[in-house]
Design a protein around this ligand. Sequence first.
Ligand code: FAD
Length: 467
Amino acid sequence: MTTNNHRVAVIGGGMTGLAAAWALQKARKQMPIEYELIEASAQLGGKIQTDVTEGFVIERGPDSYLARKESMTRLAREVGLEGELVRNDTGQAYILKDDQLYPIPGGAIMGIPTEIGPFIRSRLFSSIGKLRAAQDLVIPSFTHENEDVSLGYFFRKRLGDEVVDQLIEPLLSGIYAGDLDTLSLQATFPQFQQLEAKYGSLIRGIKASKGKQSQSQVGKKQGMFLTFRRGLQSFIETIEQHLDEKAIRKKTEVRFCEREGKRYRLTFNDGTVQTYDHVILTTPPYVTGRLLEPYVDVDYMREMKATTVATVAMAFKSEDLHIPYEGTGFVVPRKSRYEITACTWTHKKWRHTTPEGHALVRCYVGKPGSESIVHETDEAIVEQVQKDLDQIMTVKREPLFYKVTRWKKAMPQYEVGHRYKLEKVRQELKKAMPGIILAGAGFDGIGLPDCIDQGEAAVATVLEEIL
Ligand code: FAD
């Protein structure tokens, strides 16, 4: 490219990078800019990978997104894929305790009880555990506005250890694959801190905000998640089709990023070099840190932990699998002896994924401090998963096929102080490397809509700086 246009590089073609590229493509109509989307691997999508096999739609990474976070639905509409969206079937979800599944008490939101009846009746907790949780109603708020504490500290102090270990921890770990006692409250669920401050109790606060929501959704009990009929990868492919083919560079890894006056020189794996005015980095923090190392203190980015997990999808004939529970799946407390951390009965939660007469089960293995199973062979992982499942349901015959997908250092851990430390990095970056922008799952939210928000916000910053 040899124009005088403002040149923007987007590094990383995952959800964040694609959202940024699409925003730049739209902006290009009004402004003299050019962009390039640079992706190390042979395909776009990053953590999003769908495998369509023998009529099954199998998600190897994420399987859906939270419907109330609207940016993903909006983006689907913009690329003409809204009609392909599917909402999950609702059903009972369970917690595994002592080789048995216990229903998550009705009304629990992220594990926080908001209805007294189902909570009192639940056999998941002892009477002492229930009484301790009720103290949330009388314990005054204890965190200060700008104070960050761990999720574990916050919830344990408000609701007690039992509710945290049996319910909140397995539910939240399902999202972050992290250790509740080190994860940052402010970087993950700041709304809980705000509710505590406003209502002096989590139970009262969540009940109040739930009340407001249900007034506007009377009678509509519907699933909270959305995905695409042909899988999340179909969304990635559709966005790709909307981008300028010449602006996408796959199998191109950025090796170095150097400042050259007011511009940035990127060196790629094939030894070639290109210069840009702005660079949006959507790579995982350890890669981003490596690229920026000569210019800013990147210790935080390099040290940030990320959990390694694997997903194991197994397809069965219906008659070969007996699940003695009605529902959509279960999660497993971290302290249990099981290797699986969660299991979705996908054919029940997402009916479109499974052909008639079949069943599809998807499990997770790998948790902080116990990730070694992920490095075993596929066969060993599947054997262990089946051993765990045998305690809960009857697997009469071997699966028709299975898919094991390892995700190494894939779930970034926002530990206490994350926001503050990240802000420091950004301030330093602004001075030493203006025009370099950080975005993506390692920074301001790991959910797919959060990644889209970050990609779009990065482009908004570029446009502001150009004007
Ligand atoms: P990535 O998808 O990691 O993309 C980064 C890209 O950068 C990659 O494609 C990589 O190849 C590329 N790259 C790296 N280094 C370089 C380099 N030097 N040069 C060029 N390119 C480079 N979220 C949900 O909302 N719902 C879910 O159900 C859900 N489930 C999940 C299940 C699993 C197993 C995992 C791992 C995550 C899940 N998440 C879920 C989280 C969500 O999938 C991720 O946070 C999100 O996809 C990350 O997108 P990203 O673009 O920020 O990063």
